[in-house]
Structure formats: C-alpha cells, structure tokens
Write a protein that binds this ligand. Sequence first.
Ligand SMILES: Cc1ncc(COP(=O)(O)O)c(C=O)c1O
Length: 401
Amino acid sequence: MDVSRIRDDFPTIKAGNGVYLDSACQTLRPYQVIDAITSYYTEFPACGGRSVHSMATKVSMAVDRSRETAASFFSCKDPHSFIFTKNCTEGMNIVAKGFGLRKGDAVLTTDMEHNSNHVQWVEMVRDIGIKRKITRTSGTGVFDTEDFKRQLTNDVKLVSMVHTSNVTGTSVPVGDIVEMAHDKGAAVLIDGAQAASHTPVDLKKLDVDFYSMSAHKMLGPSGMGMLYGKEDRLKALRPLISGGGTVGLATYDSVKMTAHPEKFEAGLMDYAGIIGTGAALEYLSKIGMRNVERHTAGLQRKTDKELRGVASITAVGPDDPLLRASIYSFNIKGMGSHDVAMMLDSADGIMIRSGMHCAHPFFVSRGIDGCARASFHIYNNDDDVLRFTSAVKKLAAAFSK
Ligand SMILES: Cc1ncc(COP(=O)(O)O)c(C=O)c1O
C-alpha cells in the first residue's frame, strides 16, 4: 500500500492544510468522492425513485448502485437490507423507536456508549417504562463477558452496543455477544460508527440484526449514514418518519406502506450524499479494509512508543496499544483537554478533538473531566505521528510542572 500516493487523493493534504488527526469525528474526503458528488450536481441533479424522465432514472440507478456497493462492502447479498440515513445516530434511533419495546422490556447496553446509543434509552425509560441495563466494562473500557452474561436476563429484548468505543478505541466481541443474545431470544443492534471505518465488517458472519454506521467517518460525504437490518427485522420495524416515498397507496384514511428500504427513506433524499457514499465505499474497497486496519494500528503503535513513559501524559484506554484501534486518547497533567487541542492547532497546525466526545457517562463514572483524542486514518503517515508526538511532548514539558 502506497500511502504517499493515497495522500495525493486528498485535497486538504495536497494543499498542506495541517495535520488532520480527527478522523474519528469525520474523515477527509478523496477527489473520487468529491467528483462523484459534483457529477450529481452538474450532470443529473434530479430526484430518485419518483419521476420517470431520463435524468431521474439516472439518479435512481446511481442510488441502486450505491446500495449494491454497500451490500458487497459489508459482505451481504441483499442491497435492500441497507437504508440510507443522515448519520449513525439516525439509524440507532430508527431501531430504538421502531422496534416495539414496551413497558417492562429491557435494553442492554455497555457503560461506554456514545450519546447516540444512550439518550433515547433514558427518554424511553422515562416515557414508556422500558428498563435499561448496563454491562460494566473495566476502568479502561475493556468488555467483561461475565458481567454481560449476568446482565443478559430474560427481559432483555434488545442488546444495543457500540462495536468500537470512540473514547478508548476498545472493541466488544460482537460475534459472541450476538450468539449469547440470540440464545436468550434478544435481538442485537450495533453502533458501528467507529468500527466500520477501520476494520473489515462481515455482517453476514457477525449475524447481527441491525448495524448502524456513519459514512462521514468512512471518507464519505458529511451528514450521511447507513443502517443495515436483516430482512425479517426490517419488515417488523416501524419507520421513524413517514411520508412521501414510504407508501404504496394512500387514501384519506388508510396507507399501505412500501417495503424496506423505501419505507424508511421518507421525502427526497440526499442523492449527492448517497452517490458520494457509494464512491467512498468503492475507494475503501480498493485499498482493502484489512490494509486500513493494519496501517492505523501501526500509527497507534508508533504514537504509543513515542509518548509512553512521558510522566505527565496519561493515555485514556487500555495499556496495550493494540486494543485501542486507531484512537489515541490522552491527558496532560495540569492542562484541560480543550487547551491541549487549541494549542496543538494554533502552534503546530495539528487538529485533534477534545472534551467528553459525546460519551459523558463514561467520563463522569470514572471521574475524568474529558480528554484529548488523536485519531488516524489511511491518509496519515509516520511524519504526522512524529509531528503530533513531538508537539505533545513540548506542551507537556512546558505546562506540567
Ligand atoms: C461510537 C460512535 N457512535 C455514534 C456516533 C455518532 O455518529 P453520527 O454523528 O454519524 O451520528 C459517533 C460519532 O462520533 C461515534 O463515535
């Protein structure tokens, strides 16, 4: 894999616009994705699935192609199992609110969820009377299978968990979780926002019922995501939003819903975004997700080697860098995480994320105020790591007396 050639595909890198280490939030986009979006707006900016003229037909065909690309990217046969959403959060909400949980039913999550797999459960406990169960991970976010088994009681109807944490980079054993949950008759929804962008995800093999992801963390357009669901699960799921495009025939007092995926895609869609998502998945397929995983793990190891042993720097997450995927979260003694992020940017042109990363309960439960987070993708190289680590060491030396 030739990283310098890959870097040439990314306009902000070519322009020398700093070192981008915030890919867990949003990745950069290659020309291939930008060109696909531009071609929609310049060549066929019509709607899909409605009008029958030639421009609209081109849109419908391009949308179908993106769905087919998604299916083959995630090793699934049926493109109709993929719903285009505006982000991972929307997919998580579609399942939470459409699954049909009733008073007394329980949902089981981990204690390291992003708010996109947390806030709706707090609301549904309050509004519907469902029960929320939480399996505890270790202080550094490592999954505890024994605790999970204890929490997986007969009232659990849905297990809803993050695949890879956006704070610590730790992953849960999805295959095992699915097996145990199915044995108990519970369905499984996985938040794949981080995992899908960094590791090969074979949805057939994992046997999950639902899997939600963010295209904008996968080199795709901003404000795009996908929700995968098994056929029988999607048939049973109620849509979150209804309206144009979701019904076959509507009379004044009745509606006949269309089949999935259309029943979940109400109103005109972000066609440029869908087409750009397809282009992003094609781009990643050519590189190979195994290569993405290997490359970012190498950057993680290098970062760890450079910063390990610096007394005033604490990594947030497990000690073993191999368990942290492409995410390096840390604190510098005596400095707030936002100050770290702002100084790295203003003094050295290094862009990272800071704060609680929309995973407030994780931090509050562990008594940590937040952390700085560097995250890598395929376009980052060793030089980025060295610029980042030497800038962090400089800050640590200057501020942590
Ligand atoms: C683990 C995880 N889940 C969910 C989300 C939310 O993703 P989106 O902004 O696409 O809704 C994020 C975003 O950072 C995330 O890291």
